[in-house]
Design a protein around this ligand. Structure first.
Ligand SMILES: [Zn+2]
Length: 222
């Protein structure tokens, strides 16, 4: 009988023991800083400072460490998959292919444009780990991870490929920023919200206690 946990664990052993660490229960005070660094777990500080919900952080975390279901596992589970990426037909067992598939080129071009609109200049494009700061850039990248994973789930559940990455990303980001502004209003702390989002620069404005999104993030003309 196929055992997804042991399968993914044995695969991970080939490159590192990281997944064992991920699956283990531990008290964080028992982990030494040097071990965190050697396990690449320093990157989790980017997740920690992100404000996306925990369930979405979990997907981003699993994307970091290649422990999401992939097309090969879906095939073994007799779900709609012939083991190949249905967009580029490459045989990749690493789920991080979801972020690096050639098919996502347009999506990431839009994403970098989206981030640059918010006044952030990125010298390198990091699709996987995000950046040490600012946190709102990582929010955008982690939302992208979630949308790519949702597309994968849509693919294997429906057997179809017609998932609109851009519009799904836009609507989730729109919803996320709107929820944050509502919480900020509720907590009477709009200032922190605006500081977090670099005053909404290029993405939205905040007038008369309402958030107004820039046409760029609402339009297909990207
Ligand atoms: Zn692909």
């Amino acid at each position: 009988m196929y055992d997804a946990i042991h399968e993914s664990t044995s695969n991970a052993k080939k490159s590192s023991s990281y997944i064992l660490f991920f699956l283990a229960k531990f008290h964080k005070k028992t982990i030494l800083a040097k071990d965190l660094t050697s396990l690449r777990a320093k990157k989790w500080e980017r997740l920690k400072s992100s404000t996306i919900p925990l369930s979405e952080k979990c997907v981003a975390w699993r994307m970091y460490h290649s422990c999401l279901i992939n097309y090969k596992i879906a095939n073994l589970m007799s779900i709609n998959s012939d083991t190949l990426c249905p967009y580029c037909y490459i045989d990749k067992s690493d789920c991080r292919h979801l972020s690096f598939c050639p098919n996502t080129k347009t999506f990431f071009e839009y994403l970098w444009k989206f981030i640059s609109k918010s006044g952030i200049v990125l010298e390198q494009k990091n699709r996987l780990f995000g950046y040490s700061k600012p946190a709102h850039v990582n929010d955008i990248i982690f939302i992208a991870h979630n949308i790519l994973y949702r597309r994968f789930l849509f693919n294997i559940n429906s057997g179809n490929l017609d998932y609109d990455l851009l519009s799904k990303f836009r609507s989730r980001t729109f919803e996320f920023i709107s929820q944050q502004s509502s919480m900020a209003k509720f907590n009477a702390d709009i200032l922190s919200f605006l500081n977090y989002w670099n005053q909404g620069n290029g993405l939205f404005s905040f007038m008369n206690n309402e958030i107004i999104f820039d046409l760029f993030i609402l339009s297909d003309d990207s």
